[in-house]
Ligand binder design. Structure first.
Ligand code: PLP
Length: 413
């Protein structure tokens, strides 16, 4: 029996129950089901409404700063060619999502969900956040549209990410430290789901990645797909053809899905997702759910998860708080099993090397999350021919990581 028959298209999912093969779905409490169905209907209506699309484009342009540039990373390309055999070394491009308002790709999705919340007449927005980037993006758009904003954040992360906690408060959000479990991202998401069931009538739950119950994984992917749609157009204008490969880092997997999805049926385009290997996948201290986990159910969907032998969710570890999630979006789990996307992993040490190199060669300080993907660009690019076009999704800027990296390099600020 094949549960995952090969599809004619990789872009048709999910089915009407929110499944990508055996992954996804909506494993939620009965009390949450009416809310999920409401949301599904509201999103379907919005998608069919040209005024919703027009609003997305208008705020996307004037508030977020889209389109983000596709940039030829000339010095990085030359640097890696110098290490490659003659005639080899891919031409490397960055899709510059770090230039968006609030500093990462997160805002693309938040804009979509906040416009949807307004259509649904929900005045109170809740969100979960790990490193604080999704919380900041949500607090920002709530300020812009005069909505009440409550952000759940693990107490450990509140300590680790003080500048982002301050930002959210400046923007008028209430930040609630979550004391349950390991007091990190997965606990924040549990708490947000609990809040949602108890505040049914006035509250919209703005999820930060391609996880959660259907329709979130597909909806967040759609809002992030602007990244891949722009990349396609920009590459056609710059090089007259499609790229040969795409590469992006994976926490829950939203920046990656946004870049990948418009290219899934362009079968000549190689696609790479990069998980966080922490101290190494063998060490047990990592966040590589596909490489080092197995299928289970968490936060309303079936996907690959980090678990112990009893099936309890294990702690994720990564140098980068934004990749520190013990699961991965269900569509990635499916693309992994279908073999359409190749999933690699990068250690903390490899990531720091890439972080330094990008800063020194390109004058761009990347966030630690995309530095994971960049470390694999450093490995892959020299193995490709010189006419190979490779696109890295530069999902965020490194300002938020400066205190942490300074400490690692033994510098005081
Ligand atoms: C949150 C974050 C990520 C990880 O989230 P995905 O849903 O996997 O994209 C990656 N990069 C940056 C800059 C982030 O803020």
């Amino acid at each position: 029996m094949t549960l995952n028959p090969a599809p004619n298209s990789f872009r048709t999912g999910p089915d009407e129950r929110g499944r990508f093969g055996i992954f996804g779905g909506r494993f939620v409490a009965e009390t949450l089901m009416p809310l999920i169905l409401d949301l599904e209907k509201a999103y379907a209506d919005a998608k069919a409404d040209p005024s919703f699309k027009a609003d997305m484009e208008s705020y996307g342009t004037h508030y977020i700063g889209r389109p983000s540039p596709l940039y030829f990373a000339e010095r990085l390309t030359e640097h890696l060619r110098a290490k490659a055999p003659a005639g080899q070394g891919a031409k490397i491009f960055f899709k510059r999502e770090e230039l968006n308002h609030t500093g990462s790709h997160k805002v693309n999705n938040v804009l979509g969900q906040i416009l949807l919340a307004r259509r649904m007449g929900k005045p109170r927005i809740i969100a979960e956040t790990g490193a604080g980037q999704h919380g900041v993006a949500t607090a920002t758009l709530c300020a812009r549209f005069g909505l009440k904003c409550v952000v759940y954040m693990g107490a450990v992360d509140v300590e680790r990410q003080a500048p982002n906690v301050f930002r959210m408060k400046m923007l008028g959000a209430e930040v609630i430290p979550v004391q349950s479990g390991t007091r990190t991202l997965k606990d924040a998401m549990n708490e947000a789901l609990r809040d949602w069931v108890t505040n049914v009538s006035d509250t919209f739950y703005c999820i930060g990645t391609v996880a959660g119950p259907h329709p979130y994984p597909a909806m967040v992917r759609d809002f992030q797909s602007v990244i891949g749609i722009e990349t396609k157009q920009q590459m056609l204008e710059m090089e007259g053809r499609l790229p040969d490969s795409l590469i992006a880092c994976i926490g829950g997997g939203s920046n990656a899905m946004g870049l990948f999805h418009p290219f899934l049926d362009d079968r000549d385009v190689e696609i790479y997702g990069v998980e966080a290997a922490g101290h190494g996948v063998q060490s047990g201290l990592h966040a590589a759910s596909l490489t080092g986990g197995r299928p289970g159910v968490l936060h309303g969907n079936r996907t690959y998860l980090l678990m112990n032998e009893d099936g309890q969710i294990a702690d994720a570890h990564s140098i980068s708080a934004g990749l520190d999630y013990p699961g991965i979006g269900p569509e990635h789990a499916w693309l992994h099993e279908m073999g359409r996307v190749t999933y690699l992993s990068a250690t903390d040490a490899e990531t720091l090397e890439a972080f330094k190199l990008c800063s020194m060669l390109e004058g761009i300080i990347p966030a630690l999350e995309p530095a994971h993907a960049l470390s694999k660009v450093m490995e892959l690019a020299p193995t490709k021919p010189a006419d190979h076009l490779m696109v890295l999704n530069l999902s965020g800027r490194g300002d938020k990581d400066i205190p942490q990296v300074a400490q690692i390099f033994g510098q005081t600020l």
